[in-house]
Design a protein around this ligand. Structure first.
Ligand code: BGC
Length: 477
């Protein structure tokens, strides 16, 4: 049976739920374990329903009707055209590290770059927003001085990887913090202005903040630098989100498009997908309990199903429940396993490597580090739970990507991807390939790693903004 854009539902059903648990010594135990984690397994019906809801929410979002998807116009007016020259600074705030960099472009090609990493302490990530922006300004000044960038004007692009409402390239009002940031007193404010104010207070550098963008947009722009067919920017890291080249006439706030633009980069903000309850039909008790311990409970439903910040904790919650039911580790947990956030997504990746290799070494090492007593069946269960959580995440991401591929109707589309889950999870890329080809069978697609797209993309967008500034200056002469 072929339905919805030629999806082969029978074939999808055969794989969507992920593999079965290898039978344990005790049949009843096998069955009970399967029952406890069954909610993490989506069948084709559920996948197609997610797909339908995503389409509806995108449509409502773009029309400014109630929706969990923002569909924000990024106001990036064009991509690189090979005429960009000069030195551009970039900031990248949103993931684990804060980066400051300087890129030198010659005829649109990157010829030199310098990057510095700064650690953002917990007390800066959670607390007063002005203090956070003062810290960003301090890092910029440190970088400018150490790199000897001088006192001339330095155009800068700012990747700020949080939901924003944009009314121009240099106006991005923070909608809410996500991931591990929460500085409530600056919510609703323009991130560019906050940074400009913090820099002006110091007065020791001549940095001109030209543009603010999301990391997905940076990744798309970096992707388009590598491959002209690039049409989607995807982040699979601590958090998750995507942007895509939307038909210009379908983008909201498109009245600034007066030069016959065909496409606009739209930031979906899919991390919030389902915040209005529209995805509750796939929600499990494990998702509920991850949400409860997150920095901002009740928000970013979809991101909590797929983001690197949460996958490990999701697995840990499932394991703890299995222990509580006497189905794992003979019913005895450890203080380490009972610790919130102790089971990381990088551990899930290591265990998934065992699954790929048909080995148990990584899994045993990790369980040892949690001071657990385990046997061969326990190892199989832990490996299986990691596989199910990873499979569900990849399937959900692919479902949404398939919608984008169908919506753009391009003969071929490259998906530029960045982020730790994509880069470090040994199975994610293959799962995305498999599921997107099943869910958008008519669309040619290619995944492309756009390393550091979020940071370098900001430099490239600053170059585009600078080019436009010069063009406008010349035309007004
Ligand atoms: C933010 C997005 C961002 C994504 C990936 C989410 O939490 O809301 O703006 O693109 O994380 O970093």
């Amino acid at each position: 049976m072929k339905l919805q854009s030629d999806v082969d539902v029978v074939a999808l059903n055969a794989v969507a739920r992920g593999p079965n648990l290898t039978p344990l010594h005790n049949k009843q135990r096998t069955r009970k374990v399967e029952e406890v984690v069954d909610g993490l397994r989506l069948d084709a019906d559920a996948v197609l329903r997610v797909r339908g809801v995503f389409e509806q929410e995108m449509e409502a979002g773009r029309l400014d009707q109630p929706s969990s998807l923002q569909m924000e116009n990024t106001f990036i007016p064009e991509l690189l055209d090979g005429t960009e020259n000069g030195s551009f600074m970039a900031l990248d705030l949103g993931g684990t590290n804060f980066r400051v960099m300087n890129l030198v472009l010659k005829d649109g090609r990157l010829v030199d770059e310098n990057i510095a990493f700064y650690h953002v302490d917990d007390h800066l990530r959670i607390g007063c927003g002005y203090r956070l922006f003062d810290f960003l300004a301090e890092c910029i000044a440190d970088f400018v001085h150490k790199q000897g960038l001088g006192s001339g004007r330095l155009p800068l692009g700012f990747t700020f990887s949080f939901p924003m409402t944009q009314s121009s390239l240099d106006d991005g009002k923070l909608v809410t913090w996500t991931k591990s940031f929460n500085c409530p007193n600056v919510v609703g404010m323009n991130a560019v202005q906050l940074l400009r104010d913090a820099l002006a207070k110091r007065g020791d550098v001549n940095v001109d903040v030209m543009a603010v963008l999301n990391d997905t947009a940076g990744t798309l722009v970096k992707g388009s630098y590598l491959d002209r067919d690039c049409a989607i920017g995807l982040i699979l890291g601590t958090g998750s989100n995507a942007c895509f080249l939307e038909h210009a006439h379908l983008a909201k706030n498109n009245s600034h498009l007066t030069h016959g633009e065909k496409d606009v980069i739209v930031d979906i903000e899919w991390g919030a997908f389902g915040d209005n309850g529209s995805l509750d039909f796939i929600r499990t008790e494990f998702d509920d309990s991850v949400d409860e311990v997150s920095v901002i409970p009740g928000s970013f439903t979809f991101e909590k199903y797929i983001g690197g910040k949460y996958l490990g904790e999701l697995v840990r919650r499932a394991l703890v429940r299995l222990v509580g039911d006497g189905l794992l580790f003979s019913g005895t947990s450890s203080a380490e396993l009972n610790t919130t956030w102790a089971f990381t997504t990088s551990m899930v990746s290591h265990i998934e490597q065992d699954n790929l290799d048909g080995l148990h070494r990584n899994t045993r090492e990790i369980l040892d580090s949690f001071n657990l007593n385990f046997d061969a069946d326990d190892v199989l269960i832990v490996q299986w739970v990691c596989q199910l959580a990873s499979n569900r995440a990849a399937l959900l991401v692919s479902t949404c990507l398939a919608v984008l591929l169908d919506r753009m109707e391009r003969p071929t589309a490259t998906i530029a991807v960045d982020g730790s889950v994509y880069q470090k999870h040994p199975r994610f890329k293959a799962l995305l390939e498999k599921y997107t080809s099943m869910l958008a069978p008519k669309r040619k697609r290619k995944f492309l790693l756009a390393e550091d797209g979020s940071g370098k993309g900001a430099g490239l967008v600053a170059a585009i903004a600078e080019k436009l500034r010069l063009r406008n200056n010349n035309s007004s002469l």
